[in-house]
Design a protein around this ligand. Structure first.
Ligand SMILES: Cc1cc2nc3c(=O)[nH]c(=O)nc-3n(C[C@H](O)[C@H](O)[C@H](O)COP(=O)(O)OP(=O)(O)OC[C@H]3O[C@@H](n4cnc5c(N)ncnc54)[C@H](O)[C@@H]3O)c2cc1C
Length: 329
């Protein structure tokens, strides 16, 4: 049992700790109870609607979400932890960002990150549900990101960690293209762990094996068939019969195949928001605003995000802790 009052269990494979009850609610309730034991008063069912310096302190305008009744709180310090714009039905609608901008903070344009990518109807559309491990690279004239990890064909396009981790390049290229600034991003897939040289060896021109036998050994059958069609090489061709040009086309598709896309699932599905308040406007040790003493910022309102893997929670908690300690001091 830890300080929060939870009995923890260690997951053998990952060495991660989980509450023995396997309920996120127990973690939330335990943290809240711990905070209350330390004198924290929490108010629920209300929204902060304004925030302004007032007579050397801070005046916070609060509105009841049901009755819309308004009142104010005065405070020596304020910590803004209102998040970004992702999954708006969790309450993150950008109001905090707008209040910070109104207070004179520089807001870098926000964008959905770690979000699935959508695709036009194409040969991959029939593969919904197929998943595998790939290396994905998204590149636009301004940015580039590569990730190796899980990939999933969905009914709308593509998802999985590799897609989510490069999606910000696609999202931002889409926004840039809409403004007419630059062409959209090019997304390329290395469908297996094999590079050019490894495929050259596997597809060596000898023996009576058919191309499809070799490709299907390395990839899900349905995907293998689509990729052979993309390369315009007959699956029944024997390795010994492949022309040099056919082998080159096949390897090109396998090692740097184009992934057609036309958009993204946006904030509705984004696990995090990119952009936000410029980090240069925050003292990095205390998270205090360089523009307003007594104002502290943490988590997703700031212009930072990381890949899948707990980095965004870590950022929110580490900056939240630093802001809390400094505000209390
Ligand atoms: C579906 C999903 C899955 C995720 N999975 C992971 C993961 O596995 N690992 C990981 O590291 N990260 C993950 N993240 C990201 C992570 O949850 C966020 O980066 C992190 O929670 C941000 O913390 P925050 O405190 O800045 O904001 P949030 O957690 O968004 O909290 C902001 C809070 O402020 C409240 N609020 C907003 N405006 C107001 C207002 N005006 N008045 C009062 N309250 C307000 C909101 O209701 C919300 O409760 C995931 C996110 C989503 C959406």
């Amino acid at each position: 049992e830890d300080e929060v009052g939870l009995v923890l269990e260690e997951e053998v494979e990952s060495a991660k700790l989980f509450p023995a009850s396997h309920k996120a609610r127990d973690v939330r309730d335990g943290l809240l109870a711990l905070a209350r034991r330390h004198g924290v008063a929490a108010r629920f069912g209300c929204r902060v609607i304004s925030m302004a310096p007032h007579a050397g302190r801070w005046r916070i305008g609060v509105e009841d979400v049901d009755t819309l009744a308004a009142d104010t709180l005065d405070a020596d310090a304020v910590i803004v932890a209102t998040g970004g714009l992702s999954v708006p039905n969790t309450g993150s609608d950008g109001a905090g960002l707008r209040m910070l901008e109104a207070l004179g903070h520089t807001l870098h344009p926000t964008y959905a990150a770690l979000t699935p990518v959508t695709a036009p109807e194409n040969a991959f559309s029939a593969l919904s549900g197929v998943s595998l491990r790939v290396s994905l690279t998204a590149a636009s004239p301004a940015r580039r990101a590569t990730h190796t990890g899980g990939f999933l064909f969905t009914h709308a396009g593509y998802s999985g960690p590799s897609v989510l981790n490069v999606s910000h390049v696609v999202v931002r290229a889409g926004a840039d293209a809409a403004r007419g600034d630059e062409p959209a991003a090019d997304v390329r897939v290395q469908w297996t762990a094999h590079d050019d040289a490894a495929w050259q060896t596997l597809l060596q021109p000898h023996g009576a094996r058919q191309l499809s036998t070799v490709i299907r050994q390395e990839l899900p059958d349905r995907l293998a068939d689509v990729l052979m069609a993309q390369a315009a090489v007959e699956p029944t061709r024997k390795l010994a019969e492949l022309t040099r040009e056919e082998r080159r086309r096949m390897i090109d598709v396998l090692v740097r195949g184009a992934l057609p896309w036309h958009g993204d699932e946006g904030y509705k599905k984004a696990e995090v928001t990119g952009g936000g308040v410029a980090l240069s406007e925050i003292h990095p040790v205390t998270m205090e605003s360089r523009r307003h003493p007594g104002l502290y910022l943490c988590g997703e309102v700031l212009d930072a995000f990381g890949p899948i893997g707990g980095y965004n929670f870590l950022w929110a908690w580490a900056t939240g802790r630093a802001a809390g300690m400094a505000a209390a001091n």
